[in-house]
Design a protein around this ligand. Structure first.
Ligand code: HEC
Length: 151
């Protein structure tokens, strides 16, 4: 009986530590995914700036749509407590989730307005919307992204 209990406890602990490791692994995974998505945002934004200079409206529209797609994925990439690992995500994200949650929608809207301006080949509107898009990125970073990685 006594022995059985020991075995049972041992199994339980083993299961528990596996669970914790899996959880940490999942966190690292989600952090990596959101950083990858953000890098793709940054690549799209750079391509947009270059395309705006050469008035390559098709590229602007395509890249703005990439950012719209990215914006939709943002909410799922910040699960509660995903702060264990190399991340710049500030705890404020989860402390002020209501506020944070507005930003992906703002990003999608700004990117969509830029895509429309590019579709219309409206140079002036493109200039205005590129700037507005950059401000959405910057505002979210200012509030919710740390200067340095956590580790
Ligand atoms: C919803 C808020 C939000 C919006 C909108 C947003 N970002 Fe971010 N961004 C973050 C947060 C938070 C991080 C830190 C993620 C981490 O390290 O876990 C980040 C990280 C980054 C990084 C660094 C990635 C890395 O590898 O460490 C880049 C580059 C970036 N964002 C670019 C952009 C660009 C460009 C836009 C706009 C097109 C944008 N972001 C829009 C919140 C946002």
């Amino acid at each position: 009986m006594h022995r059985n209990r020991k075995i049972l406890l041992g199994t339980l602990f083993a299961a528990l530590s596996v669970f914790t490791a899996a959880e940490l692994f999942a966190q690292a995974d989600v952090i990596e995914k959101r950083q990858k998505l953000m890098k793709s945002n940054s690549e799209a934004a750079k391509a947009i700036k270059a395309a705006a200079e050469s008035k390559d409206y098709a590229t602007i529209e395509m890249k703005a749509k990439d950012i719209m797609g990215n914006a939709e994925k943002i909410p799922d990439l910040f699960p509660k407590g995903s702060t264990q690992g190399k991340t710049k995500a500030k705890p404020e994200i989860w402390e002020k989730m209501d506020e944070f949650s507005k930003n992906p929608g703002k990003l999608k809207k700004a990117a969509s307005e830029l895509a429309d301006a590019a579709k219309d080949k409206d140079d002036q509107a493109v200039t205005v919307k590129v700037k507005a898009l950059g401000e959405v990125c910057g505002n979210c970073h200012k509030a919710f992204r740390a200067e340095k990685y956590s580790e």
